[in-house]
Write a protein that binds this ligand. Structure first.
Ligand SMILES: Nc1ncnc2c1ncn2[C@@H]1O[C@H](COP(=O)(O)OP(=O)(O)OP(=O)(O)O)[C@@H](O)[C@H]1O
Length: 241
């Protein structure tokens, strides 16, 4: 078993709902080998973000376990889960989450150098990453185009060279061309790092880049890989390949 093979074993997350408990996510066994590229689709409110939170240890299941390699992440105390996530996971969001008054370079450097001063080597690497993604390092985030903002957020994720990249609708606020660029950049970067990439999207054109896909419908993970083998029970994904 590799250290970043993901395994979900009969997980269920139930939350209080009035006098009862409501299951907001459930999955039978699900395994994803290290280095996989997984596209996740499903209707709004189906449980996609909950899935990302469960596999990254932000949430823990009420039943079952989430493991990465030999590490049973969901059984660790919160502080250990936070540390594991900080060391191994990079997140990319629809709204970029950049500090708009800081330059692109400062945004890339900020998480990694929160408790220390950036070294000349850090700056060199941040600038190289931004240059690679066609973003001028000195431009303030508020002046970047939306595509440049997402590529800066991507450079920030990659600066830490994570083994797990989790992207929640990273292209939802970009037009088709920019969405395509960011998707290709993300997949290329994951391959270079040998990282597992799990990307949530509504966009069939984005999901078409992913060799492996799952559907989440009504809080249930439904596996489906090849064309036509995955039926979205909600009928929201009929255009996706
Ligand atoms: N902590 C919580 N307590 C109660 N209900 C929750 C909690 N977290 C999520 N939910 C509910 O679980 C369901 C799934 O939420 P989730 O955010 O995972 O959906 P999603 O598929 O990511 O939706 P969207 O595409 O709209 O972002 C929703 O009905 C949501 O209200």
């Amino acid at each position: 078993m590799k250290p970043f093979d993901l395994m979900l074993e009969n997980i269920r997350l139930s939350v209080p709902d009035g006098d009862e408990m409501r299951t907001i996510f459930a999955s039978t066994s699900f395994a994803l080998p290290e280095g996989s590229l997984l596209g996740v689709r499903g209707e709004s409110g189906s449980g996609k973000s909950t899935f990302l939170k469960l596999i990254s240890g932000i949430l823990t299941p009420t039943e079952g376990t989430v493991s990465w390699g030999d590490k049973k992440l969901s059984l660790l105390p919160e502080g250990d889960r936070d540390r594991w996530r900080g060391e191994n996971c990079g997140f990319l969001f629809q709204d970029f989450r950049l500090f708009e008054d800081l330059s692109a370079e400062e945004n890339v450097l900020l998480p990694a150098t929160f408790y220390r001063r950036p070294t000349p080597d850090d700056r060199k690497r941040a600038r190289e990453l931004l240059e690679h993604y066609g973003v001028r390092f000195g431009t303030r985030a508020q002046h970047l185009s939306r595509g440049e903002m997402q590529r800066t957020a991507l450079a920030r994720v990659l600066f830490a060279a994570p083994k797990v990249i989790l992207a929640d609708e990273p292209t939802a606020s970009l037009d088709g061309k920019r969405a395509e660029e960011v998707t290709t950049a993300l997949i290329g970067a994951a391959k270079r790092l040998g990282a597992t990439l799990i990307l949530v999207s509504h966009d069939p054109r984005v999901l078409a880049h992913f060799p492996q896909k799952v559907v989440i419908a009504d809080g249930r993970l439904i596996e489906g890989n090849e064309k036509g083998s995955s039926e979205c029970m909600s009928g929201c994904c009929s255009k996706a390949s």
